[in-house]
Design a protein around this ligand. Structure first.
Ligand code: HDE
Length: 722
């Protein structure tokens, strides 16, 4: 008998299975089989008694196929249901051995495979990517010491201070229970009712009402660990640490009007953007930063490090960049990977530990619990995307869908039947040992006084914004509260805003048609055990160390690249081929992407009668899916474009959304037809570099303008708060 291939366990059957595996899972042209491996001869017709007769119960293939289909959906995540993910790696650039003994943070150059999932929070699985919402930024590091999950958001603070309030927050923001409306939106009564009674949420509200909550791309948003964590080094010293992801492409957003239009035109906008960038080799990249505070400095700040509604301003503790994250591979299968991945803030490795942040402590319970219902049982860690790269050996056994075939008698510890295996690892052998922390306390259901300043950092955020960012926050609040039906809720929120900034509250109130009301008698629901609710007022310290923080404004972000930006080129018959191709090549050389848009698919003929291939039409595409527009030279082409209302609207939207608009010679006729002229130092003209409108400008000027992302002054000229 020919020698059979064997795997490491010597099982012939397993070896054979491994050989066959790719045939059954890849759908790569091999025979169709049933799930018990029998080749299927007819997948078109069910088994019947006669060609026109009833279907037979014995049709095992039909029943198996239909049963599987009937069970294809699993419960979606209760929050963060809508998401997209990618594989990649984390590379350490600076050793953190001084602070932590985590193996993957020791040697610069060490690469750790990662799987990263981005998400919105409130919407269900099929909802739009462009909802006004926080974004999840969850990273699973497959380290040599086991999996480490950094399950963060694109906003560095959270709505609530204690996990006890999480179900309330989520119930309030989700669609209302009587009519299941609105989907993926916070602009409704229950959310704002809850917020109006929850002053601790005010800092996070400032962020979610800012443009941070409507990112241009997952690739252009920051990520934060939110809680303060602990690093523990080899000498068992502890350091407080906050984690940051800083996108190499800078932090950029769309406008609220755009977000709403994109939600209709392409609700998969962020998912598509991430997928396509990776397919095109524009691998998304972030720098990894840490803010480190020695244990002895825990009480040095005028806020509590354990309070998840607070940041550590970068002016007080700078962010040190120590690594980079690169996403370079799309998942093979959305369900198997993106849907079944199970993150958990409790997945930590030696050298990293928790703090007593009460929000974090509560999360440590919730994440395993939710996987039990979502992924169907306790063996979710065995799903391929969740498995660590190191072996798993313990005495856990059985349960739904167990994959591991444990051998031998022993499933307990201590034992002799299994030779004492698996052994416990000493700290020196890489065993995880929780950091020893002295706690001398009474059992109490309460919150520390040091958590009660709810407004200073909300004000810090607001004060750190540029003028246009402030305007966007006011507009967002007018929109959200304008959708609220109960006037009492609106007024309570505005009263609370007055604790952040009087002029902010005044302008929001004006948009809602009332004057800023008095501050309610007791704003604070976080009542200490022995306190009288009526005595308890939130504090706002008079003078804070940091009044304005540069890092909080997107106006100060990186603006040096047009990599992977999308530029629409509008054409019609008679377009000047040289004008078009020159610009197209320059843009593509700078690693940006062009799409040729015309009124029909197929080809348009140029002025020299060559055929130009059309990528998308004015009906299938939309201005909001692009970062800039270019109209090439060509009298005939420009004339025809001007007669198309869709094209005029395309340019007008580009103008309203403060994007770069460029034209070559007669292409400018279209711009003149679509947008108003601007008066610059007494001269009325359209071309204006400072305003992002470029006529007959050089390629260098175009690239520089586009790397600015937006020209917000244009918006200011439109009197946005009128
Ligand atoms: Fe989560 N959160 N969360 N969360 N969270 C979940 O876990 C929870 C919080 C975050 O892409 C759930 O597997 C509680 C803060 C992300 O799969 C659930 C509390 C931050 C993701 C859960 C919080 C997050 C989740 C739902 C308050 C930023 C998506 C499905 C104590 C630091 C991960 C799941 C992914 C998902 C509970 C607060 C981030 C129910 C109880 C703060 C990025 O377990």
């Amino acid at each position: 008998m020919a020698k059979q291939k064997t795997n490491e366990n010597g099982s012939e059957r397993d070896a054979k299975k491994a050989d066959l595996e790719k045939n059954t899972v890849s759908g790569d042209g091999h025979f169709h089989t049933s799930n018990h491996g029998v080749r299927i001869n007819d997948d078109q017709n069910s088994l019947k008694t006669g060609e026109r007769g009833p279907t037979l119960l014995e049709d095992f293939h039909f029943r198996e196929k239909m049963t599987h289909f009937d069970h294809e959906r699993i419960p979606e995540r209760i929050v963060h249901a809508r998401g997209s993910a990618a594989h990649g790696y984390f590379e350490l650039t600076k050793s953190l051995s001084e602070y932590t003994r985590a193996a993957f943070l020791q040697e610069p150059g060490t690469r750790t495979p990662v799987f990263v999932r981005f998400s919105t929070v409130a919407g269900s699985r099929g909802s739009t990517d462009l909802a006004r919402d926080a974004r999840g930024f969850a990273v699973k590091f497959y380290t040599e010491e086991g999996n480490y999950d950094l399950v963060g958001n694109n906003i560095p603070v959270f709505f609530i201070q204690d996990a006890m309030k999480f179900p309330d927050l989520v119930h309030a923001v989700k669609p209302e229970p009587d009519n299941e409306m609105p989907q993926a939106a916070s602009a409704h009564d229950t959310f704002w009712d809850f917020i109006s009674l929850m002053p601790e949420s005010m800092h996070m509200i400032m962020w979610t009402m800012s443009d941070r909550a409507i990112p241009r791309s997952y690739r252009m948003m920051e990520g934060f660990g939110v809680h303060t964590f602990k690093f523990i080094n080899d000498s068992n010293e502890a350091f407080f640490v906050k984690f940051h992801w800083k996108p190499v492409l800078g932090v950029h957003s769309v406008t609220w009007e755009e977000a709403q239009l994109i939600s209709g035109k392409d609700p998969d906008f962020h998912r598509r953007d991430l997928w396509e960038a990776i397919e095109q080799g524009h691998f998304p990249e972030w720098n990894f930063g840490v803010q480190i505070v020695p244990e002895k400095d825990e009480h040095k700040f005028d806020f509590d490090l354990l309070d998840p509604t607070k940041i550590i301003p970068e002016e007080l503790v700078p962010v040190e960049i120590v690594g980079k994250l690169v996403l370079d591979r799309n998942p093979d299968n959305f369900f198997a990977e993106t849907e079944q991945v199970a993150f958990h803030p409790g997945h930590i490795v030696p050298g990293i530990d928790f703090t007593n942040d009460p929000l974090l402590q509560g999360r440590l319970f919730s994440y395993t619990d939710t996987q039990l219902i979502r992924l169907g049982g306790p063996n979710f860690q065995e799903i391929p995307i969740n498995r660590p790269v190191v072996p798993v050996r313990n005495n856990q056994r059985d349960g739904h869908m167990r994959q591991t075939i444990n051998r031998g008698k022993s499933s307990y510890h201590p034992n002799t039947t299994g030779g004492g295996c698996p052994f416990q690892a000493k700290m020196s052998e890489g065993g995880f040992v929780s950091h020893t922390e002295k706690i001398d306390a009474v059992k109490i259901r309460a919150r520390s006084q040091s958590f009660f300043d709810h407004f200073s950092q909300a004000a810090l955020f607001y004060n750190s914004q540029s003028d246009i960012e402030k305007i966007h926050i006011i507009q967002a609040l007018r929109f959200e509260l304008g959708k609220v039906k109960d006037p009492g809720i609106r007024k309570r929120v505005v009263a609370m805003l007055s604790q952040v900034d009087q002029s902010l509250a005044g302008q929001v109130a004006e948009g809602l048609g009332f004057v800023v009301p008095d501050v309610p008698a007791h704003l604070n629901q976080s009542i200490p055990a022995d306190g009288n609710p009526d005595d308890f007022q939130p504090q706002k310290s008079a003078q804070k160390e940091v009044q304005v923080s540069q890092a909080l404004s997107m106006a100060n972000t990186v603006k040096n690249s047009i990599k992977s930006r999308r530029i629409a080129i509008l054409v019609s018959e008679g377009v000047d081929e040289v004008s078009l191709n020159t610009m197209k090549e320059i843009i593509e050389d700078a690693s940006a992407e062009t799409k040729i848009l015309a009124s029909h698919l197929g080809f348009v003929s140029s002025d020299s009668d060559s055929l130009i291939a059309v990528d998308e039409t004015f009906s299938t595409s939309s201005s909001v899916l692009f970062d800039a527009v270019f109209v090439p030279h060509g009298h005939k082409s420009s004339d025809k474009l001007q007669k198309d209302e869709r094209v005029l609207n395309f340019i007008r939207e580009m103008y309203r959304h403060s994007k770069v608009i460029a034209a070559d010679r007669s292409g400018a006729d279209l711009l003149h037809a679509a947008i108003p002229k601007i008066s610059v130092q007494g001269e009325t003209r359209l071309d204006n570099l400072a305003n992002g409108i470029l006529i007959n400008r050089t390629a260098k000027e175009f690239i520089e303008a586009l790397s600015q992302h937006r020209f917000w002054d244009r918006e200011k000229m439109l009197n946005p708060l009128d």
